[in-house]
Design a protein around this ligand. Structure first.
Ligand SMILES: C[S@@+](CC[C@H](N)C(=O)[O-])C[C@H]1O[C@@H](n2cnc3c(N)ncnc32)[C@H](O)[C@@H]1O
Length: 438
């Protein structure tokens, strides 16, 4: 049986130790490198941890695992340099987490080496010396390794080469900045539920509780530091939601009016659906193909005190879910490469293959074409992706316009479309607004 499939020995390290966090983070990294989705692996581990992880432990594990995967391009090169023979996946994963920690906390190098050795003692006690030696060599050879990293694009930019090429083609002037932003921990923004409070009141309540927070142009509230949602005043009462500031443009740019019939065609987990219901008294149908994900829409509505209809169905097959009454507004937040949110999902950049993009493009085109016939004459459709790649964005919309003579663009804030890049304020999103002739 491969090392990957063997069940892990229990983690008996003290839960508040760095060694414990390194070991748990390494288990997530190992699973991702074996092909699993990072968020699913994390949720599974979190639910099964005994004792359950307190917020601080959960935060530390998450931070270590996410950072190690964002920087995998670099860690992989360093290990290729320092290992003379292959190691079990579990040990490699401990090393990847520890190397990343050495990079971010050079002041703690002795503790990191010591704690990584403690961690590996749980999974492979016979390899404690190897781990100790590799990490000490990484410290000793830091200058040589830094030079090698500098010369190798995958480890320098910490993205696969096909991804680097695509970003370079799409953003010839600032491709390096785009890649760098995608390697940083993401910001945390809040959406204020205007049915339960006001932006001024929510802002004041947060500041009163000691949170450093800033109001952005679209009334998203940007926290200086990410915090557990349970610490937020008004979260449990449905006054606040966590939603990236870039996603909070959707309701504003679609701008549905009271009484209108609105479709959110790819709705789970329901962030934008909830925003639409908070924004205006609309008659909303939230459609989602995945029944498990669809449950999250209803849970979100319940927490926020909102009422909308949720249906499970495929946006490409309106005959299965549409009653024939046209929609005034449609939000098409389609499945995509997620290249604009990769700092939140660093597993994606290492697990995706370039050929997957073609599949997304075909799916998006099919969804757009099918939804178009459910839109009322004079109605508006907002096309949204969290992608940075042109073929899912500008090219997709141009081809749609060429196929549908009754479709016209509506400008968004004076531009034909909007490509938001990942920044310290928001993730990467693409928006295009289309109108159907009367
Ligand atoms: C980008 S996510 C939507 C995020 C959501 N709008 C929000 O703001 O919370 C895309 C969603 O579309 C769903 N999906 C994918 N293909 C679909 C299809 N053909 N019809 C309906 N939903 C689909 C996926 O399961 C996923 O939940």
């Amino acid at each position: 049986m491969s090392d990957r499939r063997r069940s892990h020995p229990t983690n008996r390290l003290p839960q508040d130790s760095l060694a414990y966090a390194i070991l748990e983070a390494s288990r997530l990294v190992e699973k991702v490198l074996g092909g699993q989705n990072l968020t699913d692996a994390f949720e599974h581990a979190r639910h099964h941890a005994r004792p359950l992880w307190p917020d601080a432990v959960r935060g530390a594990i998450r931070d270590l695992a996410w950072r190690a995967l964002r920087d995998y391009g670099r860690g992989d090169l360093v290990l290729a340099q320092l290992l003379s023979k292959p190691l079990p996946d579990s040990v490699r994963a401990v090393l990847l987490v520890a190397l990343q920690r050495l990079e971010t906390r050079p002041d703690q190098s002795h503790t990191v080496v010591d704690q990584a050795v403690e961690a590996v003692a749980v999974v492979a006690p016979g390899l404690k010396g190897v781990v100790n030696g590799v990490l000490r060599n990484a410290l000793r050879q830091a200058a040589r390794l830094a030079e090698l990293i500098e010369r190798d694009p995958v480890s320098h930019y910490r993205h696969p080469s096909w991804w680097i090429d695509r970003v370079r083609r799409s953003f010839p002037d600032d491709w390096e900045g785009v890649l760098e932003a995608a390697n940083q921990p993401p910001p945390m923004s809040l959406r204020v539920n205007l049915r339960r409070t006001t932006v001024d009141y929510a802002l004041a309540a947060l500041r009163e509780d000691g949170f450093a927070v800033r109001r952005l142009a679209n009334d998203a509230l940007l926290l200086e530091q990410p915090v557990p949602v349970t610490a937020l005043p008004g979260f449990a009462e449905g006054r606040l939601s966590v939603q990236d500031a870039g996603a909070q443009w959707a309701a504003r740019w679609l701008d549905p009016h009271a009484g209108q019939r609105v479709l959110d065609a790819c709705a789970a987990p329901g962030g934008k659906s909830a925003h639409l219901l908070e924004y205006a008294d609309v008659d909303l149908l939230s459609l989602e193909i995945d029944p498990v994900r669809a449950e999250r829409i209803d849970r979100n509505f319940a927490r926020l005190g909102l009422r909308g209809e949720t249906r499970i169905g495929d946006a490409r097959e309106p005959n299965d879910w549409w009653d024939g009454r046209p929609f005034d507004c449609i939000l098409a937040d389609v499945p995509c490469s997620a290249s604009g949110v990769v700092r939140r999902h660093p597993d994606i950049k290492w697990l995706r293959r370039e050929k997957d993009i073609r599949g997304f493009v075909a799916q998006q085109a099919a969804i757009l074409d099918s939804l178009w016939r459910t839109l009322a004459p004079g109605g508006r459709m907002l096309y949204v992706t969290c992608s940075l790649f042109d073929d899912e964005n500008r090219v997709q919309v141009s081809q749609f316009l060429a196929r549908h003579p009754d479709a016209k663009r509506i400008q968004i804030d004076g531009a034909d479309d909007r490509q938001l890049l990942p920044t310290a304020e928001n993730d990467g999103f693409y928006y295009a607004l289309l109108r159907k002739s009367d």
